[in-house]
Design a protein around this ligand. Structure first.
Ligand code: GRF
Length: 206
């Protein structure tokens, strides 16, 4: 059997997507799932996402933008801290920062993000709020590779969630996250186990 892939997961918040990945690896075993999480990185301290990693006994690192003189220096530091764990795949699971050139030079084509809307609709930091404000009747989540735009990279998989009349941002986001966690676990496992290629905008999982 192929060697399990090494994952670094980046978080900024509650880390429920990270937890879903941790649970999937624990349930299936590293070999069964095809991947193991080797470290968790964040752009801020004191978040539940880091606490989840620590409870799982994983190494963590934090790179805060304000600790660097320039955004480029922060990006290089994040790239270096991530590279130290020699990941095969990097997963942005609610990581609320746009990475820069250096990070993409090292991890482009193997940097996966999850976004709480059906891209290319409603990119950016407020995908749930924007879909609701627009009056969309369905929204959902998108797992995609990261390129140098904001939520513009090749789409790997999407999940659909209906908008209810009584929804506010938080209720809708919670229902999206239920779908999102399952989708992310499924996609990352398949990428790791089967391998993939990116052909233009199409992602083909072998
Ligand atoms: C997810 O909906 C993600 O798409 C968005 O923020 C949420 C993160 O949730 N960018 P969590 O930290 O994994 O609980």
């Amino acid at each position: 059997m192929a060697k399990a892939k090494r994952l670094v997961v980046l978080v900024s918040g509650s880390g429920t997507n990270l937890q879903a990945l941790l649970d999937a690896v624990a349930d299936a075993g590293t070999e069964g799932y095809g991947a193991e999480i080797v470290a968790v990185g964040a752009d801020r301290e004191g978040i539940e996402g880091l606490a989840r990693a620590e409870r799982a006994g994983l190494p963590t690192f934090v790179c805060k933008v304000k600790d660097y003189d320039t955004r480029e220096e922060w990006d290089a530091a994040l790239a270096g801290a991530t590279a130290a764990y020699e990941p095969d795949l990097v997963v942005s699971a609610g990581f609320m920062k746009i990475v820069g050139k250096e990070f993409l030079a090292r991890f482009g084509g193997r940097f996966v993000n999850t976004h709480p809307a059906l891209l290319p609709s409603f990119p950016g930091a407020h995908g749930v709020r924007d879909a609701l404000a627009y009056g969309a009747r369905v929204t959902g989540c998108t797992v995609h590779f990261v390129d140098d735009g904001v939520d513009t990279g090749p789409i790997i998989a999407q999940g659909v969630v209906e908008v209810r009349d009584e929804d506010d941002e938080s209720a809708l986001h919670e229902r999206i996250k239920e779908v999102e966690r399952r989708l992310l676990v499924d996609v990352v496992g398949r990428l790791a186990r089967n391998g993939y290629r990116i052909e233009g905008r199409k992602v083909v999982i072998q």
